[in-house]
Design a protein around this ligand. Sequence first.
Ligand code: NDP
Length: 405
Amino acid sequence: MSKVKLKIVCVLYDDPVDGYPPKYARSDIPKITKYPGGQTTPSPDSIDFEPGELLGCTSGELGLRKFLEERGHTFVVTTDKDGSDSVFEKELADADVVISQPFWPAYLTAERIAKAPKLKLAITAGIGSDHVDLQAAIDNDITVTEVTYSNSISVSEHVVMMILALVRNYIPSYNWVIKGGWNIADCVSRSYDVEGMNVGTVAAGRIGLAVLRRLKPFDVKLHYFDIHRLPAEVEKELNLTFHDSVESMVKVCDVVTINAPLHPKTEHLFDEEMISKMKRGAYLVNTARGKICDRNAVAKALESGQLAGYAGDVWFPQPAPKDHPWRTMPNHGMTPHTSGTSLSAQARYAAGVREILECWFDEKPIRDEYLIVKGGKLAGTGAHSYSEGDATSGSEEAAKFKTGS
Ligand code: NDP
């Protein structure tokens, strides 16, 4: 075991407004040991939390404090992440390790990396390291890791929920009940069946494929676009139509779901031009990353009716400023970034972060599937799914949320 004492800075979202710990709705969660395809769930030597606890907020501390302090490390946890006067930016100056998460992202831009000369490891507690300037990490020999697969199934369940909610017009109908009404005609005048629709995913990785599998029993026609084609037996099993471009797929789909990582090649993929190629009245569900869509183009398409609905949980930047158009555009089903941080998912990614830290401290190899950048280049999962470059530009706008604008 290494005797070196490190400083670990961790940025997590706020505690619940009603205090911590919350009153839990359930007393246990199912024990998952393997993901589809056989990869095992995180396997740290031990954990200091009960699976099912709220670990992702500041008081939850990802269940890491005891472990880190017993080993003599310094552990700083904060929510204050945006602006040059933030706790995060100050603590970065002598941080060895940063733990951040996509839900309340501590943007690790090139400017911030330049202010963190000791930084050697950036861990994403979850999946999606686009809030880290990967090019700067490559150039500065920082290892970037994420807990691959930890919340992929969580997100796929959310995607199915959002497709059904939009197509069947669930949220407005729910709101009629809250308002004391019984307005069936108002509820159903935008309500359809999913059965028979053409549904396509941009990317058929862990989440995209899980979405396709979950949608199959709805008797829809399934489509996908990805850089690498799925095995022929999977295409046959799910009766998939493969498209060699996003344009070809969106032309024929009633519902499109985006499940690709954000990197320079997917940034603003759904701009005005791409949305204009979709069927009129299509639904777009994006739980991948907000920046894959052009925010103004989406709002405009909902207003014109080119899109019948848009839903997702990802925004850019995060937290979304109060004046972000997606808060007020018509026919949307947006939530804050929650799909990958259910209590079930938190148990896995907290254990995954612990596994990565144990490996780092004890100089044991980190699983290849958790690696995004290592040794000055994209590695492991990163080499397969990301491209070099930076997708963090514009993230300073997140500071507007703190100032109330
Ligand atoms: P995977 O790495 O398993 O899958 C990503 C897929 O995207 C891969 O099949 C990859 O292709 C494909 N891809 C990459 N670039 C493109 C492109 N330009 N066009 C089309 N396909 C592309 O990741 P997951 O499925 O687990 O997660 C996907 C993304 O979802 C994450 O990167 C993250 O941004 C987001 N996410 C959101 C969460 C939330 O809470 N809302 C939680 C977890 C993830 P190939 O491998 O064939 O090269």
